[in-house]
Write a protein that binds this ligand. Structure first.
Ligand code: COA
Length: 319
């Protein structure tokens, strides 16, 4: 026993920041950002905290699934930008929903949503849960150096969620971690301890973009091939590939290297930028809302990110 998806939801802050807006803040241009990343605009939270974004996405997913908060047996949230160290974002959502089930966060950067689905599958396999809420929510705008043009044009805020019920739709998965704090690193605030000798580092996203790029393309091709093989499927069986939205050129390179039809690769990075663990559920919800998903469709989710982590899985759409 594992799970099937009962409903999806998503939420992005209202405030739109265009490439032209950013070109007034740092030395960049709409042309550079669009050509190198595919991003045209992004949503940046103004008055919303990460848990507010997560809550809105969760409410929408519950409504789509026709499930009440008190039916939930567990809430998991993938995030690296929780507002509080404790309570976690998942717990804040539990409180806001008025749910009573256990709740916790999972940190695996941009692979977080896929990691969290795999953790969820374990709870279903052990018969511990019948209904679960899985969220990916980020307010990365608080972790950006808004004077660093290499990162502030890429990352953004948003949330996506799914409600899971018992089923057999989670067909295969693969998670990898390659310990590395050089290619992508986000230092935390080190605190006020008078005893600490640790050096304060700027609590902002540091990234070696080119290295991430190469890593991402190879990892996604390998992971997608492996999860398809595990599921007993071939590339022609795939209905949609839902890749992490980090860079449209990364998606294009993967597309060229694989034999999956090009139109099956989904993207909305143009509108939302890179929202880390929220990016995959944001695309999934968009597909669902647009009525593009048909019962029996095979969806391949594939993510990569800080860690370095990667995660991929095949889910059959059963709604
Ligand atoms: N506007 C204008 N110029 C910029 C810029 C910006 N926003 N950001 C960087 N540049 C400049 C650089 O300073 C560099 O200038 P130089 O040649 O004078 O030194 C030039 O553009 C090329 O920089 P480079 O970093 O090599 O560009 P790139 O083509 O690799 O694109 C990324 C940069 C970040 C868009 C790209 O590497 C990328 O997307 N990598 C993957 C990152 C990713 O996926 N991260 C998320 C992990 S989950």
């Amino acid at each position: 026993m594992n799970f099937e998806i009962l409903g999806t939801g998503s939420y992005v802050p209202e405030h739109v920041v265009t490439n032209d807006d950013l070109s007034k803040m740092v030395d960049t241009s709409d042309e550079w950002i669009t050509e190198r990343t595919g991003i045209r605009q992004r949503r940046i939270a103004v008055a919303e905290a990460t848990h507010d974004l997560a809550y809105e996405a969760a409410k929408a997913a519950l409504a789509d699934a026709n499930v009440e908060p008190n039916e939930l047996d567990m809430i998991l949230c993938a995030t690296i930008s929780s507002d509080l160290a404790s309570p976690s974002t998942a717990i804040m959502v539990q409180k806001m929903l008025g749910a009573t089930c256990p709740a916790m966060d999972i940190s695996a950067a941009c692979s977080g949503f896929v990691y969290t689905l795999d953790v969820a599958a374990g709870f279903f396999a052990r018969g511990k849960v019948k209904k679960m809420l899985v969220i990916g929510a980020e307010r990365l705008s608080k972790m950006l150096d808004w004077e660093d043009r290499a990162t502030c044009v890429i990352f953004a805020d948003g949330a996506g969620a799914v409600v899971l019920g018992e089923g057999e739709a989670y067909l295969s998965s693969k998670l990898t971690t390659k310990g590395d704090d050089d290619v992508i690193k986000i230092p935390n605030y080190i605190g006020l301890s008078p005893f600490s000798t640790l050096e304060e580092e700027k609590p902002c996203i540091n990234m070696k973009g080119r290295e991430v790029f190469k890593f991402a393309v190879n990892a996604m091709c390998n992971d997608v091939n492996e999860v398809l093989e595990q599921a007993g499927l071939n590339q022609q069986d795939v209905s949609y590939v839902i890749p992490h939205q980090a860079n449209l050129r990364i998606i294009d390179m993967v597309r060229r290297k694989m034999e999956i039809a090009p139109e099956k690769y989904c993207h909305n990075i143009e509108k939302y930028g890179n929202t880390s663990s929220a990016s995959i559920p944001l695309v999934l919800d968009e597909l669902n809302k647009e009525g593009k998903l048909k019962t029996g469709d095979y969806l391949v989710l594939s993510a990569f990110g800080g860690g370095l982590t990667t995660g991929a899985c095949v889910i059959q759409w059963t709604k």
